[in-house]
Ligand binder design. Structure first.
Ligand code: AMP
Ligand code: MG
Length: 295
């Protein structure tokens, strides 16, 4: 991830802000250090109000772009969301998918594997939910659990999970070759923010259902999780399927940054509205002008 704020274009050109899809991307082949990234980063915006018009405009763009993907029915989008507990995956899904037409967009959540899932290779349960042409799918957790919690909690031996980075890269390359655009977001929060969010859940009966003791148990492994994520993101951020580290202590900035990256990525595809399969003028003449004469 670069900390450069602008791109220079030589004399006579005003520097323009670096697109978020470059700015927050984990550079392929580079070693990521999460401690170097400020989870409270707001990109010079003071507060949510300063960003709300931009967030609204991005939601409208997202909706328009998703409807184009659906209409075109040729490519698809897969968004993987990973974070430590209370990192904001649910809120992100609510925001990003809330902007989309439910026809053509869906979310898939991955929990502790079932007996049947455990009896297969780790990609089996994931692959069957990959998006079909025209679809946008968000993975709420993903195959990256198999190199993070599995590693930290020693649910499989190192010789098993350490081979998975290459298997994941091959798997994602296969999706990309088949017309899927893969975007992966790691929501980066601080340990203090996590504790504050756990506390907010305790104070709000509407959120009690989210509380589990496992959250506190996993929190005790924070440094191990950070190391596992640093390895996973460094080894699986590729040109075809990049990782983005999103500063996520501020929920509004997280929503803004992710929406912007998705919009920037989809706009770069220059998807065009499909051409009509019929002669529109002929249809208009045949049915509408005629029916006006003969109601
Ligand atoms: P939640 O997302 O809060 O409903 O919790 C789901 C739990 O399932 C989290 O603790 C995940 O770490 C866990 N989980 C998801 N995938 C796996 C996996 N492949 N192996 C082990 N645990 C997993
Ligand atoms: Mg949870």
């Amino acid at each position: 991830m670069s900390h450069v704020r602008t791109i220079e274009h030589g004399p006579g050109h005003k520097p323009r802000p670096m697109p978020y899809c470059e700015r927050f991307r984990v550079s392929p082949g580079r070693r990521l250090r999460l401690s170097k990234i400020d989870p409270s980063f707001k990109d010079r915006r003071d507060h949510e109000e300063a960003a709300s018009a931009e967030i609204g405009a991005l939601a409208a763009r997202l909706r328009a772009l998703q409807s184009l993907i659906y209409a075109e029915n040729r490519r698809s989008v897969l968004i993987c969301l990973q974070a430590l507990d209370a990192g904001g995956k649910d809120g992100t899904i609510n925001h990003v998918l809330g902007a989309m037409n439910p026809q053509g967009a869906r979310v898939v959540s991955f929990k502790v594997p079932s007996k049947q899932e455990e009896a297969h290779d780790f990609l089996w349960r994931v692959h069957q939910h990959a998006p079909a042409k025209g679809e946008v799918v968000v993975f709420n957790r993903s195959h990256y659990e198999d190199v993070t919690i599995v590693r930290v909690r020693k649910l499989a031996p190192k010789k098993v999970w350490s081979k998975r980075y290459d298997l994941i890269n091959d798997f994602e390359r296969n999706l990309v070759e088949s017309g899927t655009h893969v975007l992966k977001f790691y929501l980066h929060i601080s340990p203090d923010e996590q504790l504050a969010r756990f506390k907010q859940r305790l104070d709000d009966p509407a959120r009690w259902w989210k509380i589990s003791e496992a959250d506190y148990a996993e929190r005790a492994f924070w440094p191990e999780y950070i190391r596992a994520y640093e390895d996973a993101l460094s080894r699986t951020s590729t040109d075809e399927a990049p990782w983005y580290v999103i500063p996520a202590n501020h929920k509004w900035f997280r929503n803004l940054a992710i929406s912007r990256i998705v919009v920037e990525t989809l706009e770069a595809l220059k998807i065009e509205r499909p051409r009509p399969t019929v002669d529109i003028d002929a249809i208009r003449r045949k049915y509408h002008e005629a029916s006006r004469r003969h109601p």
